[in-house]
Design a protein around this ligand. Structure first.
Ligand code: URA
Length: 227
C-alpha cells in the first residue's frame, strides 16, 4: 500500500511528508542482562491485584534501540491473550499512523503504563499505576529514545505526573526524566476510532513529533561538528 493509501485509510488525504525518517537509534550496548532482568520481573510481578486476572503480562514490543517510544494505557482483551501491546482494532490504527510517518511497530518500541489488563478495560487505579510505572520508567531508561509519544490521557498524565486534560497537553514539547527526553502527547487510537474527525489533529501531533526528532538530531550533529 502506498503512503497516500495509508493516509486515505486514516480518512486524511492531504498529508504531505517531507524528508527522511529519523535515523535508527544508537546501539543498545551492553544492556542484555538489564533487559532480561526487567522482563523476568514483569513476567512474575504480583505487586497489584491485576496479576490475578491476567492471562499473561504484556511487556512491550519493538526495537530496544528505538528512536521513538510509543506509550499507551494498558492491555485490552486481545493484548492480554496475545501478550503484545496494541494488537486489537486500536493497534491496527496505531500501525497505520506509524506507517504514515515511515515508522513501524518493528522500528519503534511500544509499551503501556500498565503491563496487565484491568478488568473490563476500566481506567487504571492509582495504586496499580504506582506499582507498574517503575517498569515503564526502566524501559525508557534502557531504550533512551529520542522522543516519547504518549497516546491518550492516561499515558500522558502518568508520564508527566499531571492531571491536566489531554487537550492542554497536546501541541508542545514536554520533557521527561533526567535525560529531558522530548515527550509529545496525542490522542489514543481507540479514541480516534470513536472520533475519526480528530485524526487530522493526531496527524499534526505526529508531524510535530517528527520535526522534534529531526531538530534534536540536527542539533546533535551540529554539536559534534563543532568539536
Ligand atoms: N490500548 C492501550 O492503551 N494499549 C494497548 O496495548 C491496547 C489498547
Amino acid at each position: 500500500m502506498t503512503r497516500q493509501a495509508y493516509l486515505h485509510a486514516l480518512g486524511i488525504d492531504t498529508w504531505t511528508l517531507r524528508g527522511a525518517p529519523p535515523a535508527a537509534a544508537a546501539d543498545a550496548g551492553d544492556t542484555g542482562d538489564a533487559w532480561a532482568s526487567l522482563c523476568g520481573q514483569v513476567a512474575g510481578c504480583q505487586q497489584c491485584g491485576l496479576h490475578a486476572g491476567r492471562t499473561q503480562t504484556v511487556f512491550g514490543v519493538g526495537n530496544r534501540a528505538a528512536s521513538w517510544m510509543v506509550v499507551g494505557e494498558a492491555p485490552g482483551a486481545e493484548e492480554d491473550r496475545r501478550g503484545e501491546p496494541f494488537v486489537g482494532r486500536a493497534g491496527k490504527l496505531l500501525d497505520s499512523m506509524l506507517r504514515a510517518i515511515d515508522l513501524s511497530r518493528e522500528t519503534v518500541f511500544i509499551a503501556n503504563v500498565l503491563k496487565c489488563r484491568p478488568p473490563a478495560n476500566r481506567d487504571p487505579k492509582p495504586e496499580e499505576v504506582a506499582s507498574c510505572l517503575p517498569y515503564l520508567h526502566r524501559q525508557i531508561e534502557l531504550i533512551r529514545p529520542q522522543v516519547i509519544l504518549a497516546v491518550g490521557r492516561i499515558a500522558a498524565q502518568n508520564l508527566l505526573a499531571t492531571d491536566a486534560p489531554l487537550g492542554k497537553l497536546r501541541g508542545r514539547v514536554h520533557s521527561f526524566g533526567e535525560r529531558a527526553t522530548p515527550l509529545i502527547v496525542t490522542y489514543h487510537p481507540a479514541y480516534l476510532l470513536r472520533a475519526p474527525l480528530e485524526k487530522r489533529k493526531a496527524w499534526e501531533d505526529l508531524q510535530f513529533a517528527r520535526a522534534t526528532v529531526q531538530t534534536a538530531a540536527a542539533a546533535a550533529r551540529a554539536e559534534l561538528g563543532s568539536r
